[in-house]
Write a protein that binds this ligand. Structure first.
Ligand SMILES: Cc1cc2nc3c(=O)[nH]c(=O)nc-3n(C[C@H](O)[C@H](O)[C@H](O)COP(=O)(O)OP(=O)(O)OC[C@H]3O[C@@H](n4cnc5c(N)ncnc54)[C@H](O)[C@@H]3O)c2cc1C
Length: 387
């Protein structure tokens, strides 16, 4: 059977699903969404219990503004689908010994304050009183932080896209080329014809990139869910925010009876085809050490779940949202560098706009695929790594 589409989207993680959702909302197009392992598979970076939402981006107002727009879109999706996807919790950034982390926390506070977004700072006994689970001299609070239900969000985007006629198929794309129209080849020997192609294959993007395009490195990240031995309620979002420590982040217990703790700075480059998908004992111990210092009630918690996920890192942690340099009918969305999930509805909308030849609603020149147009890498006040 010959498959044909106006738009073919390759990669059914959250970015591909959000793009299919966005196109199907605004245009009457024949859309095919392909994923080599099927949507919501265990290997993709989008399929986990939860993800961090935050406005805090150090001194980088650009991402804060993207987060503001994304929050509006998340609320729209929740309303449209009658689903709660983003649970408010706030984000508490705890001062520790790492000067870069401290700088990030403080500059996030200043940026939010300058933008009139109502950040708070707690010191000593005040911090203890407001957040008794935590231990630090100073804590900066971003009241807009929250927890995204990741798998549920992915499912919402894909089921809504499916309900509007998007065909979702399990197929492995091996190559694509564009002469008169685009031809997309699969491992099953099929050729799919499409007018537009959107490539959102996350950590697997490297195999489709040629010289001159911004590269991406896949890194292995390890997630640990700890269940405190007493009173898990103290660690749910009504009383416990998302938290950042020197080198780790934590997500209160939502969607699972466990607090997610993970090192946000692991740089373990891997081949996505062969990456080991089990967690190292050493990482569990490091999470416990971080908790002992900042969140003592969690340190001896039972490990109720572990997971390995891959980041798709660009050199400067900025995304790529752009057209192919030689073929404007090919659109790329990748390099979400461990912090893209919170922006998924906006990224889906931006990729949809490129595929439909519409003016982007946000300035995306920063996300150029052309290496020479990208910002240099910065440390400290900017971005933060991951989540
Ligand atoms: C451990 C971890 C923690 C994170 N925490 C946060 C957080 O707290 N907050 C936040 O905002 N972001 C976070 N992120 C980032 C966010 O989850 C990712 O940016 C986002 O999920 C990437 O989605 P994607 O659709 O680009 O990629 P993926 O979800 O990886 O999807 C890519 C899909 O492409 C498919 N595919 C690959 N090759 C092919 C092919 N040849 N043919 C067909 N299909 C193919 C794969 O099967 C896969 O399903 C985190 C990421 C990780 C890994």
């Amino acid at each position: 059977m010959q498959l044909e589409a106006d738009v073919c989207i390759v990669g059914g993680g959250v970015m591909g699903a959000a793009t299919a959702y966005a196109i199907s909302r605004i245009a009457d197009k024949k859309i095919i969404l392909l994923d080599r392992y099927g949507l919501g598979n265990e290997y993709c970076s989008s399929n986990d219990v939860n993800r961090v939402f935050r406005y805090s981006y150090g001194n980088d107002q650009y991402y804060t503004k993207m987060a503001i727009e994304s929050l509006r879109l998340w609320k729209e999706i929740e309303k449209e689908n009658g689903q709660e996807l983003l649970i408010p919790a706030g984000l508490l950034m705890l001062e520790g010994e790492d000067e870069h982390a401290n700088k990030f926390n403080e500059s996030s506070f200043k940026t939010l304050t300058n933008l009139g977004l109502g950040a708070e700072v707690y010191e000593g006994p005040e911090l203890k009183k407001r957040f008794p689970q935590f231990q630090a001299k100073v804590g900066f609070f971003d009241p807009h932080g929250g927890v995204l239900l990741a798998s549920k969000s992915l499912e919402t985007f894909s089921s809504q896209a499916g309900a509007r006629g998007v065909r979702i198929l399990e197929k492995h794309v091996t190559a694509f080329r564009g002469k008169s129209g685009l031809e997309i080849e699969t491992s099953g020997g099929e050729t799919i014809r499409a007018k537009k192609l959107v490539v959102t294959v996350g950590p697997w993007t490297g195999r489709f990139l040629r010289d001159g395009l911004t590269g991406v490195t896949s890194t292995r990240q390890q997630l640990i869910y700890l269940k405190p031995s007493r009173n898990i309620k103290r660690f749910t979002p009504t009383s416990c925010p998302v938290f950042f420590t020197d080198h780790h982040y934590g997500i209160p217990a939502v969607g699972i009876d466990g607090v997610k703790v993970s090192n946000k700075e692991l740089t373990d480059p891997v081949d996505p085809e062969t990456a080991r998908r089990s967690v190292d004992q050493e990482q569990i111990e490091e999470c416990r050490i971080a908790c002992r210092r900042f969140v003592p009630g969690l340190a001896d918690g039972e490990v109720v779940r572990t997971k390995v996920c891959l980041y798709d890192m660009t050199e400067n942690s900025d995304f790529v949202i752009d057209r192919d340099l030689d073929n404007r009918d090919i659109v790329y969305g990748y390099g979400f560098s461990g912090h893209g999930f919170k922006f998924a509805p906006l990224i889906g909308k931006l990729l949809a706009g490129l595929a439909l030849d519409r003016e982007p609603s946000f300035d995306i020149s920063r996300f150029s695929i052309r290496k020479s147009r990208r910002n240099p890498w910065m440390r400290g006040g900017q971005l933060g790594k991951g989540e």
